[in-house]
Ligand binder design. Structure first.
Ligand code: IPD
Ligand code: CA
Ligand code: CA
Length: 271
């Protein structure tokens, strides 16, 4: 019997690599802001749109019955019960500034395209600037290239390097900074890398010990959260509910248990 998840993963990987190459070459040609979205800080470039068009077209050609839910175009429902969740460039501000931490993230999920209920089947997160490819498939584990990823156990929170991100909304960003100021004395240090997809893959790869962020959209976390969970991280919201816009926390389960009550105490979901 064909391994459907492996086939979905092959497709996600090859499309993410093609889109990653497109985005990387456009970056070399120079980048300008094409439009702003929720705030002047929340930008879209021509390359975001071009990348999403390419991904959307490739998926439609290969899997015409599947749904599509991407950041830069209208969602369409499918007939197969599967939906592709796409961030054509995650880390667009880094992309604009020439910082290499941006990614193409493609995940395919079963069920409604709602992080509270979906079941991820396969995902690929490509970092075009370095050529790194993070992948995961349900039951098949997580990989960086051909290396299997497994989060390490036994980390104390006081020695944990914790990633986070901030809202494009300036008022909310200020509140989030207040929460970070409560956390930073209790951990090794904080990183704000600027791509949720890469933050989550970094937890999988041991480049961060933990990550949390409020306000993520489904396409920000779908791919990276699945890579992290297939690497053995616990990826949830507060109190273990599914990761969603309210909050996403990712860490090895023992570290998650140290971090989650502190995030609760600091009121991160209210900020
Ligand atoms: C953003 C990045 C950023 C995170 C924001 C996201 P975008 O996605 O993932 O790290 O802090 O919440 O919106 O706008 O670059 O696709
Ligand atoms: Ca994003
Ligand atoms: Ca994006």
């Amino acid at each position: 019997m064909p391994d459907v998840n492996a086939e979905l993963l092959d497709l996600a990987r090859s499309i993410a690599l093609e889109a990653g190459e497109l985005v990387r070459s456009r970056r070399e040609e120079g980048v300008e802001v094409a439009a702003t979205k929720t705030a002047p800080e929340d930008i879209v470039t021509a390359a975001d749109r071009e990348s999403e068009n390419l991904i959307r077209g490739r998926i439609a050609a290969a899997r015409p019955d599947d749904g599509f839910f991407g950041e830069e175009s209208e969602a369409t429902a499918g007939k197969s019960g599967l939906t592709w969740i796409v961030d054509p460039i995650d880390g667009t501000v880094n992309y604009l500034y020439g910082i290499p931490d941006y990614a193409v993230s493609i995940a395919v999920v079963e069920g409604d395209p709602d992080p509270n209920t979906w079941r991820a089947l396969a995902a690929a997160v490509v970092k075009p600037a370095t050529g790194e490819v993070f992948t995961a498939s349900a039951g098949g584990g997580a990989y960086l290239g051909t290396s299997r990823l497994q989060v390490a156990t036994g980390k104390q929170l006081s020695l944990a390097l914790v990633g986070t991100g901030f809202s494009y909304d300036s008022r909310r960003r200020g509140l989030q900074a207040e929460a970070v100021s409560g956390l930073i004395p209790r951990v090794r240090d904080i990183r704000r890398i600027g791509s949720a997809a890469l933050d989550l893959c970094s937890v999988a790869a041991g480049r961060l010990d933990a990550y949390y962020e409020k306000g993520l959209k489904p396409w920000d976390h779908a791919g990276g959260a699945f890579v992290a969970s297939e690497a053995g991280a616990k990826v949830t919201g507060l109190h273990g509910v599914p990761a969603s816009r309210a909050l996403t926390i990712a860490a090895e389960p023992g570290l998650w248990a140290q971090l989650e009550p502190i995030l609760d105490e600091l009121g991160v979901v209210d900020r």
